[in-house]
Design a protein around this ligand. Structure first.
Ligand SMILES: O=C(O)CCC(=O)C(=O)O
Length: 292
């Protein structure tokens, strides 16, 4: 995909699909590893994150660092911004029969002015390790919702245990919406999205796992305000997260040198103790979004 088209799609729609970024061999290899990672998850984990399917933090699973620093992804990132960094990532796999994923957006810094500009401060890179359709739980998005007001912005902030456990599928966060667009992909395609974009996923009506590697990048770390760089560095180090986590979670800085070395300069490294990290603000200030 041409860099200008990628940037235009990200700006206008909030997401873009880049076909065939991973080879069939890379997908097969990642799928094997993903099944291994999922095998190690407890049934409690999968029930706690039933709506997502699983939420396996890659800081605990460094064997995916080759995907994090994938040369093709790096090339694409550098067309978007001059100082790319990686903050975090998850293996998110919807099991056979898994419920829909609730509507949400992933941006956390809605108090800052940069949340209301055209360009994304943070991007998700999603690699599905199986072809996806509505039937096996593909992604669904509200195009343009990264910048424009949408009725789904009025739902309560989505990151909570009730939604994650998917115990009440009658809640509006799980409902179909007339504006939604299904993002069906072939395994190995890359979906790049603005973290402000409203998205969710359909239920998995098939008998197979639908694994997804989600990675979070910052295209221009150096261009962001100090408080945002401080928060991103804290996210990378799994400090003060607003989600549940172990008391002393592993971070990529704990990885053995050969694995840590593969991250290279992708690690956020803001280090001014006088700067407080940008506060968590998961809900947009509706009046500052463009009207629909
Ligand atoms: O499962 C998907 O297709 C999307 C995953 C996602 O956005 C999430 O779990 O936050």
């Amino acid at each position: 995909m041409h860099a200008d088209l990628l940037k235009t799609e990200l700006k206008e729609k909030g997401f873009a699909r880049v076909p065939a970024v991973l080879s069939d061999d890379e997908v097969a290899n990642l799928r094997l590893r993903a099944h291994g990672t999922l095998f190690r998850q407890s049934s409690g984990h999968r029930a706690r994150y039933a709506s997502n399917g699983s939420l396996c933090n890659l800081a605990d699973n460094p064997e995916y660092v080759d995907l994090i620093s994938h040369p093709r992804a790096m090339e694409l990132l550098r067309t978007i911004g001059p100082d790319p960094r990686w903050t975090s990532g998850y293996l998110i796999s919807k099991p056979p029969g898994g419920p829909p994923l609730f509507w949400h957006q992933d941006w956390w810094g809605w108090n800052t002015d940069l949340s209301y500009r055209d360009e994304a401060a943070q991007l998700f890179f999603m690699y599905y390790l199986a072809d996806t359709t509505r039937e096996n739980g593909c992604l669904r998005v509200i195009p343009g919702s990264h910048r424009r007001r949408h009725p789904l912005h009025d739902l309560p902030v989505a990151h909570n245990e009730t939604l994650a456990r998917a115990t009440d599928l009658s809640l509006p966060a799980f409902a179909d919406h007339p504006d939604e667009v299904a993002v069906e992909v072939c395994a190995g395609d890359l979906v790049i999205g603005d973290s402000r974009l409203l998205h969710g996923a359909y239920r998995n009506l098939t008998g197979n796992e639908r694994p997804l590697m989600t990675l979070w990048y910052i295209p221009d770390f150096g261009g962001l305000p100090p408080s945002v760089r401080a928060r991103l560095t804290a996210i990378y180090r799994r400090q003060e997260l607003d989600l549940e986590h172990d008391d002393t979670p592993l971070t990529p800085d704990d990885w053995p040198p050969p694995l840590r070395a593969r991250l290279g300069a992708l690690a956020p490294d803001f280090a001014d103790p006088a700067v407080a990290p940008e506060p968590w603000q998961r809900a947009p200030l509706i009046e500052r979004l463009a009207s629909a």
